[in-house]
Ligand binder design. Structure first.
Ligand SMILES: *Cc1c(COP(=O)(O)O)cnc(C)c1O
Length: 371
């Protein structure tokens, strides 16, 4: 790959393929894979990622909101798409675009049935979400008889799957809690299935669920972060490859005298003669101000250049006193030498937040082959 001339987020599809194979190598041959491409494919490019996942054999997609599913349909994706957190105002669009809603509460179920009936739907595929301890979205276990009664009164919808979500699958100190969630889900699924009189598909695991609880695969797994190259532990991270790699260039180099300051609020004072580089990426691009003042660093010529002073909206400054480099040289912010989880950790965050914070201003470049 030629050296970049501006700030770009490279999306490495060969890394995606590697991660897909790594994750599916943990699955039984019959387990279906739902690729989670919400939030612009974890900040990359949902449509490009989805197309590659189709080529790799993915069975299902999941997004958070209806508009994310619409974008996939507009890009020509024909696989089934689960909308995890739909709102009633979008139900008509959702049906028009053949998206499948997660129904997670009595209010949502009633609202969806009303729209499905108005639109003369028959057996429209829906997914019932149950709360087993995350306490975020989902029916409670004692809602099953109410749900069965509602379903008995309409032919407009049909339950494709029953699912739940784990609260701490990446945290092995919470093993007992997670095993409890898995047990509750099994009990709810058995009860709901009896009441329905047919067997929907079952799913509960996210990426860390797949890796840490291989016996709880059920029929489908929902993998997000793993596809993008992160496994919520150093051991798994080392087996995966980052799909998104954030690169930039040195716009300008300054020689700073001792006692001079750099950036807004004069937050950095040079303790000695210093050389600084200005990089065209800032908090408007998704680089948090929390990474300023020495918390985060970028890589130039393979060496760490700490961010000095406050991160600005459109740029940031780094200390290159010890680095042999020139204007126009490449800067790596996230890549193989500094992962999103490592950079996120320096500011007390996680890979998910750093990746999805990448704003739409950053140019996306799709790369098919390893450079
Ligand atoms: C985002 C999400 C996932 C994917 O989780 P990862 O940890 O990224 O694999 C799975 N299920 C639900 C309900 C989600 O919201």
């Amino acid at each position: 790959m030629a050296q970049t001339q501006e700030t770009v987020l490279e999306i490495h599809l060969d890394a995606l393929a590697h991660n897909y194979k790594y994750i599916t190598s943990h699955l039984n041959p019959t387990t279906k894979v739902m690729g989670v491409v919400k939030a612009f494919g974890y900040g990359s490019d949902a449509c490009e990622v989805a197309k590659e996942l189709v080529a790799l054999g993915v069975d299902y997609f999941a997004v958070a909101y209806t508009k994310e599913g619409v974008a996939l349909r507009d890009a020509g994706i024909t696989q089934p798409i689960l909308v995890l957190h739909p709102q009633p105002i979008n139900f008509e669009t959702l049906i028009d675009r053949c998206l499948e809603p997660a129904l997670y509460s009595p209010r949502i179920l009633k609202a969806f049935v009303a729209v499905a009936e108005t639109k003369n739907q028959k057996d429209y595929p829906v997914h019932l979400k149950f709360n087993t301890g995350l306490n975020r979205l989902g029916f409670w276990e004692n809602d099953t008889s109410w749900i069965a009664d509602q379903l008995a009164e309409t032919t407009s919808i049909k339950v494709t799957s029953l699912f739940s979500h784990l609260a701490a699958s990446e945290d092995l100190n919470e093993r007992e809690f997670t095993l409890g969630q898995i047990q509750s889900f099994k009990a709810i699924a058995a009860d709901m299935t009896t009441r329905l009189g047919y067997q929907p598909l079952l799913h509960q695991s996210n990426t860390s669920g797949i890796l840490n609880y291989p016996k709880a695969q059920f029929d489908i797994v929902r993998t997000g972060i793993g596809l993008y190259g992160y496994g919520n532990s150093e051991a798994y991270d080392s087996q995966l490859k980052p799909v998104a790699r954030l690169k930039s260039i040195i716009s300008q180099i300054h020689a700073i005298e001792p006692g001079e300051t750099v950036g807004y609020n004069r937050a950095f004072t040079a303790p000695h003669f210093a050389k600084t580089a200005t990089i065209p990426i800032g908090h408007a691009d998704g680089i948090s101000r929390k990474l300023g003042n020495g918390v985060g660093a970028v890589l130039i010529a393979g060496k760490k250049a700490p961010i000095i002073g406050n991160v600005c909206m459109d740029m940031l400054m780094v200390d290159i006193t010890e680095i042999d480099c020139k204007e126009g040289d490449e800067v790596v912010i996230v890549g193989e030498s500094q992962s999103a989880s490592q950079l996120a950790e320096s500011m007390g965050s996680i890979s998910y937040e750093l990746l999805t914070a990448m704003s739409q201003r950053v140019k996306r470049v799709v790369c098919r082959k390893q450079p």
